[in-house]
Each structure stands twice: as C-alpha cells, then as structure tokens.
Write a protein that binds this ligand. Structure first.
Ligand SMILES: NC(=O)c1ccc[n+]([C@@H]2O[C@H](COP(=O)([O-])OP(=O)(O)OC[C@H]3O[C@@H](n4cnc5c(N)ncnc54)[C@H](OP(=O)(O)O)[C@@H]3O)[C@@H](O)[C@H]2O)c1
Length: 183
C-alpha cells in the first residue's frame, strides 16, 4: 500500500472498455491485431474526461501515455512503472488502483468515471467491480491469446448500441438487482 490511496476515496463509475473479436479474444502477441479509426474516435470520446486504469502490459503495448487523460497502471512493481513512465500513476493492487483512479476522477468536472482499459488480466480482476461494460465487437474471427473474461448476461442489461461503419459498439449496465461488489 503506498500513498494511502484507499482512504476516503470517493466513488466513481467503473466502465470496462474493450474491443472483442467474434471469439471473444482481445489481443495476440502483446498487441491488438486490428485497428478501426471509427472505434478509436469513439474510444477517445468515451474516455476523455475520465481516468484510465490499465495493466502494465497494456501500457507497454500502447507504448505511450494517452494524451489528456490521467493513467493509473496496475503492476506488482509500481515504482518501476513510475520510473519508466513519468506522469503515470501506479498501484500494486486493484483496490489501491481503483481508489487512486476514483480520487483523480473526483477532481475532474462532471461525474467521476474510471475507464478500465485492460488487458485480459485487469479486465478479469475488475469485472466484479464494473458498473458498465462498453464493448466494441469487431468483425475479425479472433484466434488471439488473451480474451475478455466470461461475464453473466443476466447481471448486465444492454442500454445502448450503435453501429460505427464496420464495428458494433454496445454499452451494458449492471442491473440494480444483480448485486454489486464495488463498494
Ligand atoms: N482489445 C482490447 O480492447 C484490448 C485492450 C487492452 C489490452 N489488450 C491486449 O491485451 C493484452 C495484454 O493483456 P494481459 O492480460 O497480458 O496484461 P494486462 O492485463 O494488460 O497487464 C498484466 C499486468 O498487470 C499487472 N497485474 C496483474 N494482476 C495484478 C495484481 N493482482 N496485482 C498487481 N499487479 C497486477 C502485472 O504487471 P507487472 O508484470 O508489472 O507486475 C501484470 O503483468 C495485449 O495483447 C493487449 O494488446 C486488448
């Protein structure tokens, strides 16, 4: 635990943002084997004004901090992350990372939102804490080596769907009756 991030942290809406191939895989060989400008524009719009939370391997694969947004990186070596990525925040547990991200989000205008950007390990860890899933379905068959975690469609309801040229973008919200473990 570093920095006391877990204490008095405000609550933020937690949104898992991911792109999925038809077989549910999200990456291969440390990268994402597709690129859709229409999805990237929507991604930028959806994550602007939010705080980003991602795993160390995902940040390595992106290769830069995304501009205009604070980034919290989950790593068992947060000092190493901060040394390698000046300007990044880092935390050694999901609880600490979420608390830190929520605190950063509370300082921004509007409703505080934390966008969880993966990868597979971090999505799986954060799924029980997710208020929303914002999933882009791409037309690729898949065959990747990292997948989005299995989730129960009874726990989330679809609240928005849009087709952006070649991809389908769907927002799911956790049903109030489904219980919630993010407090
Ligand atoms: N399609 C999409 O939307 C999408 C989005 C994001 C990523 N991806 C893809 O997903 C792949 C990367 O995913 P991944 O699952 O390999 O890695 P990841 O989730 O990005 O990062 C894993 C790292 O997070 C840290 N970590 C994980 N659990 C932890 C815990 N309990 N406590 C502390 N730190 C923890 C560790 O960092 P340390 O090793 O530093 O300790 C671990 O190596 C890439 O192919 C990437 O391109 C796809």
């Amino acid at each position: 635990m570093s920095g006391g991030a877990g204490r008095d942290a405000p609550r933020a809406r937690v949104v898992l943002v991911a792109g999925l191939a038809r077989d549910g895989t999200i990456g291969k060989d440390g990268g994402i084997p597709w690129r859709y400008p229409e999805d990237m524009r929507a991604f930028r719009a959806a994550t602007t004004g939010t705080v980003l939370l991602m795993g160390r391997r995902t940040l390595d694969s992106i290769g830069r901090l995304l501009p205009g947004r604070e980034t919290v990186v989950l790593s068992r070596d947060p000092e190493g992350v901060r040394a390698r990525w000046p300007g990044a925040h880092a935390a050694a547990s999901l609880d600490e990372a979420l608390a830190l991200a929520a605190r950063l989000a509370a300082a921004l205008p509007g409703e505080p939102v934390v966008s969880v950007l993966g990868g597979g390990e971090v999505y799986a860890l954060a799924l029980p804490r997710a208020d929303e899933l914002l999933l882009t379905y791409v037309p690729e068959a898949g065959g990747g080596d990292v997948a989005f975690p299995a989730w129960d469609p009874r726990e989330f309801e679809e609240v928005a769907r849009e087709t952006l040229e070649r991809v389908e973008r769907v927002r799911y919200r956790r049903r109030a009756s489904a219980g919630h473990s993010s407090l």
